[in-house]
Write a protein that binds this ligand. Structure first.
Ligand SMILES: C[S@@+](CC[C@H](N)C(=O)[O-])C[C@H]1O[C@@H](n2cnc3c(N)ncnc32)[C@H](O)[C@@H]1O
Length: 330
């Protein structure tokens, strides 16, 4: 087990994770596609992380508020079912506040925060270690969309994966299934998954959540262009792009885009792309589920025991799923 006072922090290029070079090519490929896109993982430069924290406090952005109410209600039961001393693995940890809210109930032996935003995570974990001096805390900064990599010394038993905030919605349903299977594989028999999932609901509620009157979500969306400029040396001017977000009812997803306000060229070392006026760059899909659909997905991914917790209005869901038999390596 790690020394609880020795907080370790692994950066993306410390070892087996992807090279910035791969990122560079993937970003340019997305920009050059007929329907241009930028992956949502690039929202999270240090300013993007801060803007996301502000979004979670907006009245219109119900997911964080409702998810934390569900946790308050269900934590004692979940805590009893999981038991103390688990290894808590937080996927897309952000400011780690949601996981920290579980520390009193779960009393984990070790907390592993995984996030692509290395600098932000580093700062957050320093503060967290001061608040919880006796907990073994580790940060692992890498992009888990390329695969989940856990520390090689991690015991197989008593793992709990924590994936709140409906981040699973950023995957297409097929990719979400693949990711759930990957989580299941890393949990081993009897491991637990706590996952928050946003639900299908009236269009207006969803539209408002991603079009807040203060324009914070718009700033969060447009800030991705500043981050891309730093990553590939492009010359996006955020003033040229407007935030567009809407619920696509047939696809059951929020779509976020950046829409060009005029005909323009974007250039970067070695390449360029023309955008017509009103042409869009897609920056995020956020799929919404029905509780029974997501429960079936969990079962198909290898979690036969699933408990579903909902708020009264049925706007958000928390699933507590236990890894069942089915993998030959167990
Ligand atoms: C929507 S925020 C959620 C933060 C926090 N878990 C919460 O629920 O409030 C998503 C977090 O996941 C991280 N993230 C996004 N894509 C990622 C990826 N591909 N690999 C690792 N972390 C990622 C972001 O940096 C960000 O901190």
């Amino acid at each position: 087990m790690s020394d609880p006072h020795d907080m370790t922090f692994k950066h993306p290029n410390d070892g087996d994770n992807q090279e910035p070079f791969d990122d560079h090519h993937a970003i340019i490929k997305g920009l050059l596609d007929t329907s241009a896109s930028i992956a949502p993982k690039y929202f999270y430069d240090p300013l993007g992380c801060r803007l996301f924290e502000v979004i979670t406090r907006l009245p219109a952005y119900y997911p964080t508020r409702i998810e934390s109410d569900i946790f308050l209600r269900s934590a004692p039961t979940i805590g009893k079912e999981i038991g103390e001393g688990a290894i808590l693995i937080d996927l897309g940890a952000g400011n780690c506040e949601k996981a920290a809210g579980l520390f009193d109930v779960l009393k984990p032996q070790r907390y592993i925060a995984v996030d692509i935003a290395s600098d932000f995570l580093d700062g957050v974990l320093k503060g967290l270690q001061e608040r919880y001096p006796n907990l073994a805390i580790e940060g692992h900064a890498y992009d888990f969309s390329g695969g989940l990599t856990l520390p090689p010394d991690l015991p197989k038993s008593h793992r709990v994966m924590f994936y709140p905030g409906s981040s699973i919605g950023n995957f297409t349903p097929d990719d979400a299934m693949k990711f759930l299977r990957e989580i299941r594989k890393e949990l081993h028999l009897g491991g637990h998954l706590l996952i928050g999932v946003d639900l299908v609901k009236e269009d207006q509620i969803l539209d408002l959540a991603y079009n807040d009157p203060l324009g914070i979500t718009a700033a969060f969306n447009r800030n991705i262009l500043n981050h891309i400029n730093r990553l590939i040396g492009s010359d996006f001017d955020i003033a040229d792009f407007n935030h567009v977000a809407f619920y696509h009812r047939e696809e059951k997803r929020i779509e976020m885009h950046l829409e060009a306000q005029r005909d323009l060229w974007i250039q970067w070392p070695g390449g360029e792309r023309h955008f017509r006026k009103n042409e869009r760059i897609q920056t995020e899909y956020s799929y919404k589920y029905r509780p029974e659909t997501f429960e079936s997905m969990l079962k198909a991914a290898g979690f036969p025991r699933v408990k579903t917790y909902l708020d009264e209005a049925g706007w958000f869901s928390l699933f507590h799923a236990e890894a069942g038999p089915g993998f030959v390596n167990e």
